[in-house]
Design a protein around this ligand. Sequence first.
Ligand SMILES: C[S@@+](CC[C@H](N)C(=O)[O-])C[C@H]1O[C@@H](n2cnc3c(N)ncnc32)[C@H](O)[C@@H]1O
Length: 284
Amino acid sequence: MPQPGETISLEQDTPELANTYERAGIVQFHHGKFLIGPLAVKAGEHVLDIGAGTGRLAEFVASLVGSQGRVIGIDPLESRIEIARLRQSKTLTFETGRAEDLSRFRDGQFDAVYLNSVFHWIEEKDRTLREVHRVLKPGGRLGLNIQDPSKPHQSRVLLRTAIAQVGLGDRHRESNPVLGATHEQLKDLFTTAGFVDYRSDLRSLIDVHADADSLLKWSESSAFGNFLDGFSKSEREQIRKAFTGLVETKRAPEGLRLERYLRFAFARKTPSNVVQIATRESLT
Ligand SMILES: C[S@@+](CC[C@H](N)C(=O)[O-])C[C@H]1O[C@@H](n2cnc3c(N)ncnc32)[C@H](O)[C@@H]1O
């Protein structure tokens, strides 16, 4: 049996989880707008949304590029793409596909590429960034957000405590240190892939959930079947009870109020005029 948090599977998603995500993923939509703002998407541009999920953010971006622009969303999960396709239009399309293989797209096809709450799920981060670099136009922009292992979400810390409380702490491998990335790790990845003007900042976000069950449903659907993976049904039930007790200490008049932290990172592909100058210099 795999240890909890050991592997990421794309095989465990279900139509039910996808439907739940379509409702609960409003959380990701809200912070996704913080990603799109600095990307400064303009009318007429071509944009790629990698890991588009059920497509809500891509639909928003399609409203920015207008009738002359184009947005393509890809995601490996068929059930999520099925929901996303309900949003499809002349300028907005969705396809199944993984971040690591963008071979269906031409070199320099996109003005901007983004990954909203996706990059920590991707195991081959270096390969993905090389592909993104290839499909961007010279000067094209990349934006992504990711958990930072040095600052786990409050709900994750409480979950870890709940798992320890029920005596399963030794079986729990915290996935964040493996899956998230710090400023320096991202800088290294971006630079190695050929990006310039890298910058990142850690943002603190407040989520309000009605109760522990809706918070757990959001986590489960966001993790497409990888949440508390490796624990048995009865172990999950014990964890759920302990977690409910802990998370209720965060109750405010508006609901359960929890802080979440995301690192937002941006960079550009070198503009063509800079390449020309470098080439000229290297000839002298
Ligand atoms: C939390 S959801 C975010 C969905 C969407 N970006 C949003 O803002 O609502 C994470 C998404 O990452 C996708 N994902 C996981 N591994 C991926 C990969 N290797 N390539 C592309 N997408 C991936 C999942 O299928 C899932 O839809």
